[in-house]
Design a protein. Structure first.
Length: 256
């Protein structure tokens, strides 16, 4: 690979790992590969891909000439999926994998500061396939969990609708895209949950720290006045009456 292409890849990876989900995916791939490598190549077309290379049987990523980070994260997600599934399971649910990968790509793009009013936002709102992916976000959150106001039944119908849209736009069984409708419905987003689990854990930890801080702050407030007393501030005399129940009454003694 020429130096210019290396610089392009490094720039894309830097951008991807600035995103929490992207960093989780990158780290997840590093852990799964255990020292093995994935080849990254460029072609003159517009489409990318992930799969086995004919020359040596190794796996690799191919990127089109657009060289965008969202295309790389798409193919990285396919690589992650393939290493976490058996060959038979992966081959029998390739369209399920495409839907999850497109969803991850959508979440990544939407997080970019340049997304609003961009060509990507326009595509997500107008292209039927991309629009079906955007709609899934009404049922599945950014960590791959079912939203509180959604149901398994409604999500199942939405995924069937998305699969039908993909099939109508070239993702057919004849081309190797198979939709497994019997797969447990939330398993369609298990890889997204995996790459964001540390983010989920961090949010839980931060929430607990925040709650503990609020509790400590509340107790600190009650300790300002622990007993009945009179004190002077700015030429005024104040009285603090503390009842046995702990109730505090604070007033200007002169105006009582």
């Amino acid at each position: 690979m020429i130096d210019e292409n290396w610089r392009v890849i490094e720039k894309m990876l830097d951008k991807i790992t600035q995103n929490c989900m992207g960093k989780g995916l990158y780290n997840g791939l590093v852990d799964i590969l255990k020292g093995k490598t994935i080849t990254i190549e460029f072609n003159s077309g517009t489409n990318g891909g992930f799969g086995k290379r004919n020359e040596d049987g190794s796996f690799g990523i191919t990127l089109g000439k657009q060289m965008e980070s969202n295309c790389l994260i798409h193919e990285m997600m396919h690589a992650f999926q393939s290493y976490r599934e058996s060959t038979s399971s992966y081959n029998e649910s390739t369209l399920n994998a495409e839907i999850e990968t497109h969803f991850v790509q959508y979440l990544y793009l939407r997080s970019l500061k340049e997304y609003p009013k961009s060509k990507w936002e326009t595509r997500d709102n107008t292209d039927p396939r991309r629009r079906s992916i955007k709609d899934i976000n009404r049922f599945i959150d950014e960590r791959g969990f079912l939203r509180g106001d959604a149901t398994i039944t409604s999500l199942k119908e939405k995924l069937k609708e998305a699969a039908s849209t993909f099939e109508s736009n070239g993702y057919t069984a004849q081309r190797g895209f198979v939709f497994d409708s019997n797969r447990p419905i939330l398993d369609n987003f298990k890889n997204l949950r995996e790459i964001t689990k540390k983010l989920h854990l961090m949010k839980i930890i931060l929430t607990l720290i925040s709650m503990l801080f609020c509790i400590a702050h509340t107790f600190a407030q009650t300790n300002y006045y622990t007993s009945t007393k009179t004190f002077n501030e700015n030429s005024y005399t104040y009285q603090c009456d503390v009842a046995g129940s702990g109730t505090i009454r604070l007033y200007n003694k002169t105006n009582k």
